[in-house]
Design a protein around this ligand. Structure first.
Ligand SMILES: O=C[C@H](O)[C@H](O)COP(=O)(O)O
Ligand SMILES: C=C(OP(=O)(O)O)C(=O)O
Length: 364
């Protein structure tokens, strides 16, 4: 018989199972504490029990252990200084959803050579980075793009995000309904809010879907529904961090009282017009909306704004990178090879200033 399937498959190789990876990098008490406490803090912020602001800050993509740990150390020191007003979560993004083609992140290609695609090594690197960050007390946030990564790493994640390109995907909504951590859904790439609201409705409901058990065996999964799914505004055809757009999102959410009524605003992507230098301006604009009347301006506080996201790296901007041509050894690990980011100094400045303002506001 002529073969009718797999005609475009060149080869298959097996990958490490969730159990095997967890055995190689077992949880520690400190890491467990970081994950569980951070998840609870984030849940409390989302539901309004904790009045602090959540800020998810970190590189567009993680490209090395050295970069992740160096950024994490700085974030941990900063967290100590601003912990009374801001809960920091580090962007630890190992999977990049591309508009068409390109580097898909450290898990897909840890040697960044467009040749080896050593996914086992990528998963090991990712788990080691997450272990080390959690050991340092840094809460990790990541985009979940594949079920494979979710099943192997989710125990180390405090906050997860479903990106603009996958918010409409039924599979991603199903996985989110089973996740143990709060999950943000971005609005669609065109700015569509319906997609994100439908995602929240689906992910907060119990679901039955096909997944894998800890040994990697295909199984039916029965999920309970995730009560802590929320919307992340990232702009689309136009930015959506202005008061009218945020009011529109909050108004839309209010039709579904069982959903989280707070929103997180991504200062990057289409909210900054993909110009990293504008992130600080977007951040401050949203902070004023959240705090309300400040410096003589008459603005009502918008408590529905519970979080902000910054794409920030150790050094600002991005570096020249041609996937498959630029050698990993020639890359500066502290500069982005995907979206351009603000640098550490600016990040620290934005967050310390915000802390000062929030402190002043709560004291007034
Ligand atoms: O945050 C990252 C990018 O915006 C996203 O992965 C899309 O990137 P691309 O349009 O360069 O493929
Ligand atoms: C890809 C990202 O964002 P978005 O889904 O909003 O494009 C990201 O945050 O890295």
């Amino acid at each position: 018989m002529q073969k009718t399937y797999d005609l475009n498959v060149i080869k298959r190789t097996s990958i490490i199972t969730p159990d095997q990876l967890r055995e190689e990098f077992p949880m520690t008490e400190t890491a467990t504490r970081t994950v569980m406490e951070s998840r609870q803090e984030i849940k409390d912020i989302l539901s309004g029990k904790d009045s602090r602001l959540m800020v998810i800050a970190g590189p567009c993509s993680i490209i090395s252990h050295r970069q992740a740990v160096e950024y994490g150390k700085r974030l941990a020191r900063l967290q100590e200084k601003i912990k009374t007003t801001i809960k920091l979560v580090m962007r630890v993004y190992f999977e990049k959803p591309r508009t068409n083609v390109g580097f898909k992140g450290l898990i897909s290609d840890p040697h960044i050579d467009k040749k080896t695609f050593d996914i086992d090594e990528g998963l090991r690197k990712a788990r080691k980075i997450l272990m080390d960050l959690n050991e340092m007390g840094v809460a990790a946030g990541t985009e979940i793009l594949s079920q494979t990564a979710a099943e192997r790493l989710s125990g180390l994640i405090a906050w997860a995000c479903i990106g603009a390109r996958t918010t409409e995907s039924q599979n991603h909504r199903e996985w989110a309904s089973a996740f143990s951590m709060p999950v943000g859904f971005k609005n669609g790439t065109d700015g569509n809010l319906d997609t994100a609201i439908n995602a929240l409705l689906a992910a907060s409901s119990p679901q039955v879907f096909v997944g894998n058990d800890p040994h990697g065996v295909t199984s039916r999964v029965f999920s309970g529904g995730n009560r802590y799914c929320h919307i992340v505004l990232r702009g689309g055809k136009r930015p959506n961090y202005d008061p009218v757009s945020i009011a529109e999102a909050v108004g839309f959410l209010s039709k579904y009282p069982s959903l989280i009524q707070s929103v997180v605003v991504d200062c990057s992507h289409k909210n900054s017009g993909k110009d990293y230098r504008r992130q600080g301006e977007v951040f401050n604009h949203v902070l004023i909306q959240r705090m309300g009347h400040t410096n003589g301006l008459s603005i009502r506080p918008n408590k529905a704004i519970c979080g902000l996201m910054l794409e920030s790296n150790i050094e600002e901007g991005s570096q020249p990178f041609v996937y498959g041509e630029t050698r990993k050894e020639d890359l500066n690990p502290f500069v982005s090879i995907t979206d351009a980011c603000i640098g550490w100094e600016e990040t620290e400045d934005i967050l310390l200033t915000a802390h000062g303002q929030l402190q002043q506001k709560s004291g007034s």
